[in-house]
Design a binder for this molecule. Structure first.
Ligand code: NAI
Length: 322
């Protein structure tokens, strides 16, 4: 009997295919491949616990209790960058490598961050709505800002943060960043400025764009105090993880006008929950979709399948995060 590779997919997900057509060519000769559709709140089915490798779409939570019940798993692979849905320490204690696919969407997410930023600076959505009322006055003209010499602040200068910095530079922004973990001199290589603290970044940035991972340290990193410390009229962009930013103070600051706009691909306790949230002024929201492109999907799924192949063959895996 061939070892089992299970692809775990939330039931409401529509954009993966039942036949695993991308993964199959990498695995069919060495493993049985099964897509398992899960309800969020239900325990993992028995068949999953027998798998030799798990490929996880966004959603399924691999807790210490789940890990304790995995009988012969050789790798847990996150089909994506963020791996906050897996208890990596518990997996390490159980001797199970956790891997991710860190690079499939770097350009897409950076493009998305700039798309949200430009939509706010150039007031694309209000102008679109006004134009479609057939006749226009350009009511938002005073809100449309020149980009050059505006300061673009990046929190987290990793892959996506760096790709975003380069794009923001190309549009003429002065780019600053805060990231306590990148080595000295990184800013010189990229041609941007480093600030010493988050509070310094918040004080100088006209746009704050978040690109750090969700960790115990970054959960709620941007809360009421940090929003209050941002420049009046500043824009907030989040394409990282919703739980890094407390949504109540952001929505309150958009309503009061303290924030000039927010572009959120991710929100705390996503998706948006009420019509009032959805009607918040100067809010652009997308559906945790910054990573999306057919090209990126194929790259991501191929990488996960190649790692799963190595795992079932007993070969070294890569992109290990624990
Ligand atoms: P990365 O690991 O290359 O970069 C993350 C950077 O954040 C690192 O340089 C790290 O030093 C920094 N960092 C960590 N803690 C920090 C803190 N407390 N303050 C400031 N900086 C901190 O990750 P990458 O590839 O750039 O991805 C970033 C995040 O983007 C991912 O963790 C993921 O959550 C999110 N993401 C969102 C997607 C979407 O569709 N919206 C798709 C892909 C990633």
């Amino acid at each position: 009997m061939l070892p089992l590779v299970a692809i775990l997919c939330p039931r409401e997900f529509k954009f993966t295919d039942h036949d695993a057509s991308v993964e199959r060519p990498f695995l069919a000769d060495v493993a049985e491949l099964r897509t398992v559709w899960l309800d969020y709140d239900r325990p993992f089915p028995e068949e999953v616990l027998e798998a030799h490798a798990l490929i996880l779409w966004h959603g399924p939570q691999v807790t210490p209790a789940v890990i304790a019940r995995l009988r012969q798993c050789r790798a847990i692979i996150r089909n994506g960058v963020g791996f906050d849905s897996v208890d990596t320490a518990a997996a390490a204690r159980a001797g199970i490598p956790v891997c991710n696919v860190p690079d499939y969407g770097t350009e897409e997410v950076a493009d998305h961050a700039l798309a949200l930023t430009l939509a706010l600076y150039r007031q694309i959505l209000p102008l679109d709505a006004e134009a479609k009322q057939l006749g226009w006055k350009i009511a938002v003209a005073p809100k449309m800002r020149r980009l050059r010499h505006q300061t673009f602040g990046i929190i987290g200068l990793g892959r996506i943060g760096t790709a975003t910095a380069l794009r923001a530079k190309a549009f003429g922004f002065r780019v600053v960043f805060h990231d306590p973990y990148v080595p000295p001199g990184t800013h010189k290589a990229v041609g941007i400025e480093r600030v010493d603290s988050l509070s310094e970044l918040l004080a100088v940035a006209d746009t704050v764009s978040i690109h750090c991972p969700l960790t115990a340290e970054t959960r709620g990193l941007i809360g009421e105090r940090e929003i209050a410390a941002m420049k009046p009229g500043a824009f907030l962009i989040n394409t990282a993880r919703g739980d890094i930013v407390r949504k109540a103070p952001v929505f309150a600051a958009l309503r009061s006008g303290h924030l000039g706009g927010a572009g959120l691909d991710v929100v705390e306790n996503e998706p948006l929950r009420t019509p009032e949230e959805a009607a918040t002024p100067n809010l652009i929201c997308t559906c945790h979709a910054a990573f999306c492109s057919p090209e990126g999907m194929v790259e991501m799924r191929s990488t996960s399948a190649r790692i799963a192949r190595a795992a079932v063959l007993g070969q070294p895996v890569w992109n290990r995060v624990n």
